[in-house]
Ligand binder design. Structure first.
Ligand SMILES: Cc1cc2nc3c(=O)[nH]c(=O)nc-3n(C[C@H](O)[C@H](O)[C@H](O)COP(=O)(O)OP(=O)(O)OC[C@H]3O[C@@H](n4cnc5c(N)ncnc54)[C@H](O)[C@@H]3O)c2cc1C
Length: 348
């Protein structure tokens, strides 16, 4: 048995990963972490309460600018980053909120990956650059009301009519469904399961938002209805055949979700006890004082740090400017209770 003393537990790095990261991996991680601290964390409690992500499209464009949409894919305006870069981005996104990670992984690992992996050259050129920039939002329609865990038994059908395809069926629990520009829809055909690129303004396509979710509330989830949706032959993904088409996309997404789970675990870790907690006004690294970084009351030395100042400014009145934004800030404030942490008096 080894007599080596295990490293001290760090609640900001529960798995002790930081020491194995290169400087550019740390830079990617810190960039996404800071983005979330500025644009997600201050608002996510309100989005959760609303059961909505009212700024999904704006966030998508910001994520596009940040380079995290399809960041692990190569070419067509995608980032071409490593698997570790992508994983770290998912970890930080999910540390802020699972719904936000979901927005990014559905776009990059499901919708974009389906086109990148199974699409024609024309399809890739047509869709991927806009999706990487966040100008175009995609969704991925596999799950159905009756056969969620058994996609091979799907009832959505695509039948040939001349050179066209005609799709009928329903998809359930589809992230970003009602705000998407394009839906990747999987359907049974006489030649097995095939994937189709559906413009969401195609006649016969409807998306209904699902309300009253218990979790992933800061996320838009929808039902897709396909009622005689007529598509040209070139809407079909030529290189995605059979059930391995959609399942390959799920495997791709699961990789990011695994990293995301570590971010969720980090956020779930309880804050340090009042006795052990000491704010460090001299430091500018938010991770060193987690108790303060999540709060809005500017009362300790952290408030002079540049990242804190820009976060505070950008969080008022919120991504949706105007009275509604101010109202949400006030609601969050009235819900806040004073933190027992002796020196910072931050709010929880
Ligand atoms: C917020 C949210 C977002 C989602 N986003 C998307 C999306 O973007 N695209 C998409 O296609 N899908 C999406 N899904 C669907 C998700 O992938 C499905 O919920 C999942 O596949 C399970 O299907 P189901 O909900 O119909 O559960 P069911 O299939 O009804 O399963 C219910 C339970 O029974 C268990 N079970 C089922 N069959 C068996 C069996 N044979 N033996 C033992 N246990 C079994 C399951 O493990 C599960 O615990 C989303 C779901 C949610 C909640």
């Amino acid at each position: 048995m080894s007599s080596q003393t295990p490293p001290a537990f760090d609640r900001n790095d529960p798995l002790g990963l930081d020491a194995s990261l290169s400087s550019d991996e740390i830079a990617v991680r810190d960039t996404v972490r800071q983005f979330c601290a500025e644009h997600v964390t201050p608002h996510v409690a309100d989005w959760f309460e609303e059961g909505d992500l009212p700024v999904a499209r704006e966030l998508a464009k910001q994520f596009g600018e940040l380079g995290v949409l399809g960041m692990h894919l190569h070419g067509y305006g995608c980032g071409g980053a490593s698997a570790v870069h992508y994983g770290l981005a998912c970890l930080e996104l999910e540390a802020a909120d699972s719904g936000i990670r979901s927005l990014v992984s559905v776009q990059g690992s499901l919708a974009m990956f389906a086109i990148w992996n199974g699409g024609s050259e024309e399809q890739k050129q047509r869709w991927l650059p806009g999706m990487a920039s966040g100008e175009l939002l995609g969704c991925f329609g596999l799950t159905e009301p009756d056969v969620g865990s058994d996609p091979a038994a799907m009832k959505t059908r695509a039948r040939r009519d001349g050179s066209d395809w005609v799709l009928n069926g329903r998809k359930m629990w589809i992230t970003n469904g009602s705000i998407a520009d394009v839906a990747i829809v999987w359907a049974a055909t006489d030649e097995g399961i095939r994937g189709f690129i559906v413009h969401t303004d195609t006649p016969g396509f409807t998306a209904n938002t699902i309300h009253h979710k218990l979790s992933l509330r800061a996320s838009i989830t929808s039902e897709l209805v396909l009622d005689d949706v007529r598509l040209p032959a070139e809407a079909m993904l030529p290189d995605a055949t059979g059930i391995k088409g959609p399942l390959g996309c799920l495997s791709e997404a699961r990789y990011g979700i695994v990293w995301g789970a570590m971010g969720a675990a980090r956020s779930a870790w309880p804050p340090p006890s009042p006795r052990s907690h000491r704010c460090s006004p001299a430091s500018t690294r938010p991770a060193a004082c987690e108790s303060c970084t999540r709060r809005t009351k500017p009362s300790c030395g952290w408030t002079s740090a540049p990242w804190y100042r820009s976060r505070s400014e950008s969080s008022r009145p919120g991504p949706r400017n105007g009275p509604a934004g101010r109202r949400r800030t006030a609601t969050a404030t009235s819900r806040a209770r004073s933190c027992s942490t002796s020196r910072c008096g931050a709010w929880s």
